[in-house]
Design a binder for this molecule. Structure first.
Ligand SMILES: [Zn+2]
Length: 73
């Protein structure tokens, strides 16, 4: 798979990604499997990963301004 921006090589890696929720809360999802472009550094998420992240975010009961949740939850 190649980067759609620069055509560089994508490698699989794990990354902690922040997501903004309503009420200015931020949820950091740890160790999300992403594809990272070695050339321009952009991160891409595959559809099933994005779907799992959305399901994870939907279950987060964010009481603090910043919550950290594992991807695997
Ligand atoms: Zn790229």
């Amino acid at each position: 798979m190649k980067c759609h921006i620069c055509g560089g090589h994508l490698e699989s890696t794990l990354s902690d990604l922040p997501f903004n929720l309503a009420d200015r809360k931020v949820v950091i999802v740890r160790e999300v499997p992403v594809l990272r472009c070695k050339q321009c550094g952009i991160y891409l998420m595959e559809d099933h990963v994005m779907q799992h992240v959305e399901e994870t975010l939907a279950q987060v009961d964010a009481k603090a301004e910043i919550e950290v949740v594992p991807y695997a939850a």
